[in-house]
Ligand binder design. Structure first.
Ligand code: 5GP
Length: 147
């Protein structure tokens, strides 16, 4: 089990996404960061933000510069998500080490829109169904229009 110790795995799923080896539903991209929809969303519009260049597995080892770049994108994506989906709240989460809930060992932040009473459903971290790719594509269009 991967914990806080270890080395960056070049074959992790987010490295493969960045390399274009597996598809993802893009929301936003700039020189240093990439944002895309989670395939197992905790709520409608759940997205992830990653650094394109940092090999940090978690927040403990990330370069300050990469962290600042990623957080600036987290803010942009959270605002676009708010404008597109009108949530009542948005939670931003990040897990370090398998015992804390981390499953992909390339530093990432979750942006999860939340609604009062969760009318659109809310599921616990990594407990939900896999999203329909076509639904993710439509959702990305809505959010992308708000940058
Ligand atoms: P962690 O548990 O490491 O904080 O979060 C990893 C997240 O990545 C989970 O929410 C999971 O649903 C998501 N995820 C895992 N594999 C893929 C993938 O291939 N594509 C996308 N878009 N998300 C993924």
């Amino acid at each position: 089990m991967m914990s806080l110790e270890g080395t960056y795995d070049e074959g992790n799923v987010f490295a493969l996404i960045l390399a274009g080896k597996i598809p993802s539903t893009k929301l936003y991209e700039d020189e240093h960061t990439y944002a895309f929809l989670d395939i197992q969303p905790q709520s409608r519009g759940h997205s992830l933000v990653i650094s394109k260049w940092s090999k940090a597995r978690n927040i403990l080892e990330v370069e300050d510069e990469a962290l600042a770049q990623v957080m600036a994108t987290v803010k942009k994506v959270a605002n676009a998500t708010r404008r597109a989906l009108d949530p009542d709240g948005i939670h931003v989460a990040q897990f370090n080490g398998a015992p804390a809930g981390q499953t992909v060992f390339h530093l990432h932040f979750h942006i999860v829109p939340r609604w009062e009473g969760q009318p659109r459903g809310f599921v616990a971290h990594a407990q939900g169904d896999f999203a329909d790719p076509e639904e993710l594509r439509k959702l990305a269009e809505e959010i992308c229009a708000q940058f």
